[in-house]
Design a binder for this molecule. Structure first.
Ligand code: HEC
Length: 136
């Protein structure tokens, strides 16, 4: 687009990984679990249910490639959940789960996504807030 600055995309926030977690919020703004739920169940942005099942009774089609998300908020801390959403390949380089907040190393993304993370920083926080509520 004429005049559009080349690097004005939602950018990837640098993260500090500690152990198997990212302790600090990416934005400093608390995540909104309701928005996180909308992202997780969305077939356009999150696509999480292609691979995961979870306590989302309104969603008929849920995946089995990844672990069931029921109880994940009890198994993992918010900091651990954050790293798994941002870039699970730091824990398992062979994982099929996309790195949702990373742009390099995405070999197969379409042009529309090139240079943009799949989820922006606040969306990551929203998803983490939702996952943290899944304690049963
Ligand atoms: C293409 C398949 C796929 C998609 C899409 C996907 N995941 Fe995953 N996810 C996995 C797999 C497989 C694992 C198991 C970890 C591994 O591979 O090492 C996993 C692990 C996880 C874990 C850790 C669960 C645990 O019990 O340890 C969380 C949390 C998670 N995913 C959340 C999400 C969320 C939220 C989304 C959407 C924003 C998502 N995933 C999208 C495949 C996927």
């Amino acid at each position: 687009m004429a005049g559009a600055p080349a690097f004005a995309q939602p950018s990837v926030v640098p993260v500090t990984v500690v152990g198997d977690a990212i302790p600090a919020s990416l934005t400093g703004v608390p995540g909104d679990a309701a928005r996180g739920r909308a992202i997780v169940t969305s077939r356009r942005s999150g696509l999480c249910l292609l691979c995961h099942a979870g306590p989302f009774p309104e969603e008929r089609f849920q995946g089995t490639l990844g672990p069931d998300l029921r109880g994940v908020g009890a198994r993992l801390s918010a900091a651990q959940l954050r790293l798994r959403v941002v870039d699970g390949r730091r824990l398992n380089p062979a994982t099929t789960m996309p790195a949702y907040h990373r742009v390099d190393g995405l070999a197969r993304v379409g042009n529309a996504w090139r240079g943009k993370p799949l989820l922006d920083a606040q969306a990551v926080e929203d998803v983490v807030a939702l996952l943290a509520t899944l304690t049963d």
